[in-house]
Ligand binder design. Structure first.
Ligand SMILES: Nc1nc2c(ncn2[C@@H]2O[C@H](COP(=O)(O)OP(=O)(O)OP(=O)(O)O)[C@@H](O)[C@H]2O)c(=O)[nH]1
Ligand SMILES: [Mg+2]
Length: 564
């Protein structure tokens, strides 16, 4: 005979026996519950002071018998519903409520997240007889109410509701709604979760405004990665929850929302610890990504050179490695990436040892490639031309500026991380002097550690630079934060000793006559070419006219002398 699950501790043998006998019962498929089964459950419930429930399949057979405590019932693990799935579970939960409650929040959560056909609660009267019957089922459609609740005075009054027919009709409607949604766009649907307010960890000291602007950036990143953002919400918390980062209650709320919006992915604007990532993946059937993984994913999509590809795969695997201890199906969702573009090897087989081997092999390959690139770099600059490197926040207009200065056509687009591989061009200065000018990958605040390491090699070129042109988007409201983020990364790369010149780009986007947003720096527009001559003069001065003295002071934080 099947076992009774849940809170069975301390039950008398006679009570356990009565519970086991529940497996012999059967309910007509079209009825929510039979009067006999209802009475059987309420009597045991009254006697034990605990909630008692059954999961009935569509034939009306009892699949599971569960005992809870006076207020709630923890269902046995029946697995989670597939992400974005419209199918229902083929199981109906019928259980008792001891305190006259209607359908509770927990009941709705189980209904939606487990995709139950129906949830019913029978009130237990003091006499032990069944009282009112409450029940709830899901509603199709991505807008409006997610479920419908009904209450009838007794179990005898529920005959109007054909549980089987209604469930089948609902499944049809859900399927129709789902395929209508899929047709409108083939892209993955994501819910973004911003995090702030905590006093520890990532998001530390982040107020609402900062959390919101970071969430806006995550939207841009998501757009760049090619996902459709169906909702974005903010979770403010004093302390991060060690298990779920945002807490189980908030997570459930988000999971409900994802069911309603038929989302496939949840993207957190934070770095999840390996155990948080695993816990969250275990709590849902959705794909889970954090900010670092999203950025890695964009890099994976965009890497062009052989070396860039190797570096991105390495960074992805290093990030994934500590997460390879969860359940198998969680793993594939943690490793999946957008559109299934996880790191190469993991698509075939996810296995810690193999990942470890692959990491070692990649590191060896990258060392070789990087050594030969250094040789090339030395050869290329054998003639000793000064090197001018463009750095800056992603989307600041670095490539556009390079193009404008050199009349070339490096890919520039309004997406984050358009440039991943360094590009070098010759640039002729007044008095026929020549420099090499290089474009680099864009920086971003909280650039993941693994990526800084991975792109160190790409950014190695910066070590040779005689002048760093730090390009900023003068029209961006987050200008200060972006400048600070770039400075921080330059410091990590130990490049703060280099002469730097701040270039305030996109001045054309400010209303005419607006003064530059920062006192220092050269205002330009790479699009209208305004200010480019002044910029060249400033560079010329630093590189050749002994302007370096003045420049080092600027780099050290001293007030700028005239430099334009
Ligand atoms: N209005 C205006 N738009 C600009 C200017 N410079 C660049 N842009 C636009 O800004 C967007 C980003 O330009 P990119 O040159 O790709 O920026 P980037 O810094 O190279 O970006 P990543 O390589 O992605 O880090 C593009 O849509 C450009 O057309 C400018 O001076 N004025
Ligand atoms: Mg670029």
């Amino acid at each position: 005979m099947q076992e009774v699950s849940g809170n069975t501790l301390g039950l008398k043998p006679s009570q356990l026996h009565a519970l086991r006998r529940t497996y012999r019962r059967r309910v007509p498929a079209e009825d929510i519950v039979s009067p006999e089964l209802a009475r059987h459950l309420t009597e045991i419930s009254r006697e034990t002071g605990r909630q008692v429930g059954v999961l009935l399949d569509r034939k009306g057979d009892v699949q599971s018998v569960v005992v809870g405590d006076a207020r709630k019932l923890d269902l046995p693990d029946i697995g989670r519903a597939r992400a974005g799935s419209y199918r229902l579970r083929g199981l109906r939960l019928v259980h008792t409520h001891l305190n006259g409650e209607a359908i509770t929040r927990d009941d709705h959560t189980d209904l939606a997240l487990l995709r139950l056909d129906l949830v019913a609660a029978i009130e237990v009267l003091d006499s032990g007889l069944p009282g009112k019957l409450h029940f709830a089922h899901l509603l199709p459609g991505a807008s409006g109410e997610m479920w419908k609740d009904e209450t009838v005075p007794t179990v005898f009054d529920a005959g109007f509701y054909d549980a089987l027919q209604n469930t089948l009709a609902l499944e049809d409607e859900l399927a129709r709604a789902s395929s209508a949604l899929r047709k409108t766009s083939g892209r993955e649907r994501a819910i973004l979760v911003g995090v702030g307010g905590s006093t520890k960890g990532r998001g530390k000291g982040r107020g609402r405004a900062e959390a919101e602007s970071s969430l806006e950036e995550l939207k841009e990143l998501s757009r760049t990665a090619g996902v459709e953002v169906v909702d974005a919400l903010l979770a403010m918390r004093r302390e991060p929850d060690p298990r779920y980062l945002i807490g189980k209650g908030k997570l459930d709320e988000i999971l409900l929302r994802s069911m309603q919006l038929m989302a496939d992915v949840i993207i957190f604007d934070a770095d999840l610890s390996p155990s948080q990532a695993i816990n969250i993946a275990d709590a849902t059937a959705l794909k889970i990504l954090d900010r670092t993984q999203l950025i890695l994913d964009i890099f994976a999509q965009r890497a062009q050179s052989a070396e860039g590809k190797l570096q991105v795969e390495l960074a992805q695997l290093k990030y994934l490695y500590p997460r390879l201890v969860g359940r198998d199906d969680s793993l594939s969702r943690l490793a999946g990436g957008i559109g299934g573009r996880g790191p190469g090897e993991t698509k075939l087989e996810i296995d810690r040892r193999r990942v470890r081997d692959r990491i070692t092999a990649l590191e060896r390959r990258i060392d070789q490639v990087s050594a030969s690139r250094q040789v090339r770099r030395k050869q290329r600059n054998a003639n000793g031309l000064p090197i001018l490197s463009i750095v800056g926040y992603t989307n600041a207009g670095k490539s556009t500026l390079l193009n404008a200065l050199t009349a070339s056509d490096v890919l520039a687009e309004n997406k984050l991380f358009a440039t991943l591989d360094p590009t070098s061009r010759r640039l002729r200065f007044p008095r026929d002097r020549e420099v090499i000018i290089t474009d680099t990958v864009g920086f971003i605040r909280d650039l993941p550690e693994d990526l800084v390491t991975a792109f160190r090699a790409t950014l190695e070129e910066l070590e040779d630079a005689d002048l760093l042109l730090h390009v900023v988007d003068a029209s961006d409201p987050n200008l200060d934060a972006q400048v600070a983020a770039v400075e921080k990364i330059l410091a990590e790369l130990e490049l703060t000793g280099k002469p730097r010149l701040l270039v305030l780009n996109k001045m054309d986007r400010l209303p005419p006559g607006t003064p530059p947003p920062l006192a220092e720096g050269v205002p330009v527009s790479a699009v209208t070419r305004e200010g480019l001559q002044a910029l060249l003069h400033a560079c010329d001065r630093i590189l050749w006219s002994g302007g370096r003295v003045g420049f080092d002071e600027v780099a050290a934080g001293a007030p700028r002398r005239e430099i334009v």
